[in-house]
Design a protein around this ligand. Structure first.
Ligand code: UFG
Length: 327
């Protein structure tokens, strides 16, 4: 069977997708420069070390492996960093992604699953956010993802490249079997930071802003299990393989949790108490981001398995504890 190229497959979401695809009998090649990912997150023999902006490396991978589809996770993901250094985001998330798309066109690879984000919507006009919601990113990170989404139809018309864009809301959790989990360096995401506080590896968790127009004053997010994101990627690829049209889907559970609610859930799951500090707002944070994912469910047959917050936190907690022992 032809292979799937997973770029950024050594990173958090990419590595979970690679494991899921292999368990479902798919053959995978990972292209990752290990700038944000980890060699030991990739199964032996699957990793090609390289950057998606390296034309020669791309030509070699496509020529050698009989690639039929690409899932692209190789991008920068931090909103705050994108405001401080937009050039790095435009070069990597746009420039290098264009190299990847061009290589797909050169080698006649017709299926792309593209990692997009809730950040393309900016400050929501209504919630839950469906696919028709206006796109108005408020930071460079969101703009890079929305720009690629907008140019994909041109690549389809000219080069026959079909795509599914998956707009993740807040990815969290870890492999239920405990083999993989979240390990960004530095970590900036709420769930792993709260669990570091619970495990004592961090002194306290800071709440960024308590004066938002939400019931308890803290930001509300839609947390989605990384394993359910993995399932969505396979469903999206099957959608293209069945001959269906290019599309874009919002992926979340449709339930919003405030930061205080996440902290309380973490206390309940871990049985640990920890210090909470109320701090200033973090620039660029919309008050509420909750997905309407009805379209992904009805069109892709996507059925999240781990939708409740306690399960997401329990899996992330198991990983946090194992990690504390390992490194
Ligand atoms: N937060 C805190 N304290 C922390 C860390 C985060 O209060 O120590 C808050 C943030 O201010 C935000 C919420 O917790 O209100 C969630 O923050 P994360 O950093 O975990 O996630 P974001 O919502 O900022 O961003 C994530 C991804 C982005 C993606 C976005 C889409 O990192 O790539 O979800 O919803 F665009």
């Amino acid at each position: 069977m032809s292979k799937i190229l997973v770029t950024g497959g050594a990173g958090y979401i990419g590595s979970h997708v690679v494991q899921y695809l292999r368990r479902c009998g798919r053959e995978v090649v990972v292209l990752d420069d290990l700038s944000g990912g980890f060699r030991d997150a990739v199964p032996a023999g699957c990793l090609v070390e390289g950057n998606i902006g390296d034309r020669a490396a791309l030509d070699q991978v496509f020529a050698e492996h009989g690639i039929a589809a690409v899932m692209n996770f190789a991008s920068f993901i931090e909103v705050g960093a994108s405001v401080k250094d937009p050039s790095a985001y435009y070069r990597n998330n746009i420039g290098n992604t264009l190299e990847l798309l061009d290589a797909m066109a050169r080698h006649g690879v017709g299926h792309l699953i593209f990692s997009s984000t809730a950040a393309i919507f900016g400050n929501p006009e209504y919630t839950p956010i469906d696919e028709a919601h206006p796109k108005a990113p408020i930071n460079p990170y969101g703009r890079t993802k929305w720009l690629i989404e907008q140019l994909l139809p041109d690549y389809e018309q000219a080069y026959g490249l079909k795509s599914v864009c998956l707009r993740y809301f807040n990815a969290a959790g870890a492999d239920p079997d405990g083999q993989l989990g979240e390990r960004h360096q530095p970590e900036t995401h709420l769930v792993p930071l709260v669990l570091q506080a619970a495990s004592g590896r961090r002194e306290a968790i800071s709440i960024f802003g308590t004066d938002y127009p939400t019931p308890d004053g803290t930001c509300i997010r839609d947390y989605i299990h990384v394993e359910d994101l993995a399932q969505a990627h396979l469903r999206a690829l099957e959608h293209l393989e069945s001959g269906a049209d290019s599309a874009a889907f919002n992926l979340g559970n449709g339930n919003g949790f405030s930061i205080r609610e996440v902290i309380e859930a973490a206390r309940a799951v871990t049985g640990r108490d920890f210090k909470v500090v109320e701090s200033e707002r973090r620039p660029g944070d919309p008050p509420v981001l909750v997905a309407d994912s009805a379209l992904a469910r009805s069109t892709l047959g996507w059925t999240p398995e781990f939708a409740d917050l306690e399960t997401i936190i329990a899996h992330a907690w198991a990983w946090e504890q194992a990690k504390g022992v390992k490194w």
